[in-house]
Design a protein around this ligand. Structure first.
Ligand SMILES: NC(=O)c1ccc[n+]([C@@H]2O[C@H](COP(=O)([O-])OP(=O)(O)OC[C@H]3O[C@@H](n4cnc5c(N)ncnc54)[C@H](O)[C@@H]3O)[C@@H](O)[C@H]2O)c1
Ligand SMILES: [Zn+2]
Length: 242
């Protein structure tokens, strides 16, 4: 049987499916990845833009960059890969989409059960009193301030910060219970997210990887598509529909 046919059959027979996505699934929407060729960290200073220290020492610089990224994400559209995953959710009894992305493109494509491991770019909160808001509008000031006078921060996980415990627990639960686990567009080197596919497979899941480049998962995955997510995912869903 072809790999595509095999994968469609596994999905067909699975009651519980979990998916992990990374920056690669949004690449075809025009959003830059972090590590790959032309990735953000080739062009920008991680220390200043993605650490709690950077935010604290120069909030205006941090927010000017971050607001630019927010506008870029809002200007982008979900691509066929995002849309195929939203379709797949409707075909599976229990479906959990775990994403490392902060761009909200999965939700805009129609995905419902989404765990945002790294938060999202559109919720901002006050680190002093916890006041939070969701906003898709251009920020009224850079940096944005809370009524209490403190500088607000985005509800994203910065470098060196821990992930939200509850979200992480739910993600591991979904991975451990999954009969099929798909790792899509992630370099699979950022922990703890990179443990999810490994844990899933250890607990019996059929592990599928979609990534045009090789990762540490490529050698252990049960099926590998070295292709763009936006090209192969619609084909998988089409095949599944039979
Ligand atoms: N869109 C976003 O929200 C966004 C953008 C950049 C980075 N991030 C952050 O990146 C960090 C984690 O790293 P990561 O693994 O998500 O990204 P990464 O940049 O480390 O890796 C991206 C991976 O996607 C692959 N890829 C590129 N184009 C692809 C395509 N069309 N289809 C499938 N795969 C493709 C690359 O080969 C690479 O392995 C997280 O902290 C996440 O929050 C998020
Ligand atoms: Zn405040």
């Amino acid at each position: 049987m072809s790999v595509l046919g095999d994968v469609a059959e596994k999905l067909q027979n699975a009651k519980r499916v979990a998916v992990l996505t990374g920056a690669g699934i949004s690449a075809e929407s025009g959003i830059a990845t972090f590590r790959g060729k032309g990735g953000l960290w080739e062009r920008y200073d991680v220390e200043k833009l993605a650490t709690p220290r950077g935010l604290k020492s120069d909030p205006a610089y941090f927010w000017e960059w971050f607001e630019g990224r927010r506008r870029e994400m809002l200007g982008a559209e979900p691509n066929p890969g995002h849309r195929a995953l939203a379709e797949l959710e409707k075909l599976v009894e229990s479906f959990t989409l775990i994403t490392q992305n902060i761009d909200r493109l999965h939700q805009r494509a129609g995905s419902k059960n989404v765990l945002e491991l790294h938060g999202n770019a559109f919720t901002i909160y006050c680190p002093r009193d916890g006041w939070r808001m969701e906003t898709y509008e251009p920020l009224p000031s850079i940096p944005p301030f809370c009524q209490c006078g403190a500088v607000m921060r985005p509800d994203v996980v910065l470098f060196e910060e821990p992930l939200d415990e509850g979200t992480l627990r739910s993600a591991f639960l979904a991975a451990e219970n999954a009969e099929v686990f798909m790792s899509i567009g992630t370099s699979a080197v950022v922990y703890p997210a990179a443990y999810l596919p490994v844990e899933a497979q250890r607990n019996g899941a059929f592990l599928i990887e979609i990534n045009p480049e090789e990762t540490p998962l490529t050698a252990i995955a049960d099926a590998v598509f070295q292709q763009k997510a936006g090209e192969i995912l619609p084909k998988i869903v089409e095949k599944l529909r039979g």
